[in-house]
Design a protein around this ligand. Sequence first.
Ligand code: NAD
Length: 494
Amino acid sequence: MAKEKDNTLRLKFDSSRNLAPALESRSAAKIDSKYDLFINGKFEKPDSKKYFDTINPADEEKLSEVAEANEADVDKAVKAARNAYDKTWKKMPAKERAKYIYRIARIMQEKARELAIIETLDAGKPIRESRDFDIPMAANHFFYYAGWADKLEYAFPNRKANSLGVAGQIIPWNFPLLMAAWKIAPALATGNTVVLKASETTPLTAMKLAEIIQEADLPPGVVNILTGAGTTGAAIVNHPDVNKIAFTGSTEVGKIIQRAIAGTDKKATLELGGKAANIIFEDAPLDQAVEGVINGIFFNQGHVCCAGSRLFVQESVFDEVIRKIKDRLESLIVGNPLDKNTDIGAINSRAQLDTIHKYIKIGINEGGEMFESSCALPSKGFYCRPTIFTNVSQSSRISQEEIFGPVLAIQSFRTDDEVIEKANNTPYGLSAGVWTDKGSKIFNLTTKLRAGVVWANTFNKFDPTSPFGGYKESGFGREGGLHGLSPYVHLGSY
Ligand code: NAD
């Protein structure tokens, strides 16, 4: 009987892959052939005179080219930010600052469709994700922090919240516009000015944000947006007139930054990598849990810092859960990110695809049992089938290291204490998920799992009012919510 049911499920899932395409229109997005640097309210040619291509990972076609900022460009941007801080922004009444931030949010909302298409083209992420998560969430961060700008005395009762000055902000490629919003909105609300560097593989929505900032009439120099790779980021980190560094990216680069600013008075927040554990207990609603696991690692190609890339399943339901995961894997639609049916889009770059393939080989060589979806992949572009590994040990590299792709390492457990120990046994501590019917188990685990966020019976849920950040090698400092204001102020007395 159970077998018959399985076959029915497979047939249904196979046919779902043959859905007629539902393509979002690429022509609804305007992408210029070239973008300069956004400094002091204007687009400026780079001192470096260099530009580099940004491509669509879904078909490897060039989308545009963007400027590569060198040290002189960074210096120009920092000077513009300092000037705007001293002459305009820090003197402006907070309620006026709030209006600008609010205006940016409104314009982002108006341009939401175009922003979503550009994000999908540049990053490879499914349009459903850009449209329903990245862009609305980015606008919501501006709305949320616009609300705080003139209420800082309530955020920090009996203390005076003083701005820091110029914030240097460096972001990764997995949530390009959202990460820019996480960084810029609280910095502006607390009266700081900004030099932000977008990721080299996903610069386009940051350039669109620069256009929005122009349209919002933000005073020149309050936000400066640069493009470039690691050397541009390093020039921001090392600039003597930057007061605060806000970095989101890999733990490896986070460590470089921490070393670079040691001994300076720069404040820092580092939002780094993760290796989140999803934990399914035998009393959990299994279908819901499996859906949460799938959502937690495979949607957005596993390009999520808090992706649930490790799964622990209680022994008594292990086989059942694995069967359900395999069935669901077969139903996932991998392909054109602009198609509204697509679950898993393109891997962001060839380099990242190579990294994922390297880890899949490591998993096999370590003795892991691999299962991948049997779906066909597009002939052009960077794609990876959703893949799971069972027979994985605690020490295996695929259960210790961040892969940042659609690869899930699965282990079993018997007791609460065992799974707590296993889940905590990585250098990271960004997020975790617990699936159980018992509130007492949830409370037991949330207090013992060393992770900045622990979701219960859900996964990857975000809200601008909730703080987010890591333990251990996942970094320090919190972004989002009231906590997200603290890294941008020093508190004094009235
Ligand atoms: P990355 O560290 O390679 O690059 C991040 C940014 O840093 C890029 O803009 C890059 O140009 C810049 N950079 C590179 N070298 C630098 C240097 N020496 N000095 C200053 N800047 C430098 O990371 P990535 O591959 O772009 O992003 C993926 C990583 O980001 C993953 O590890 C992921 O977990 C992490 N991430 C963390 C969070 C979080 O909130 N904790 C959120 C998203 C992504």
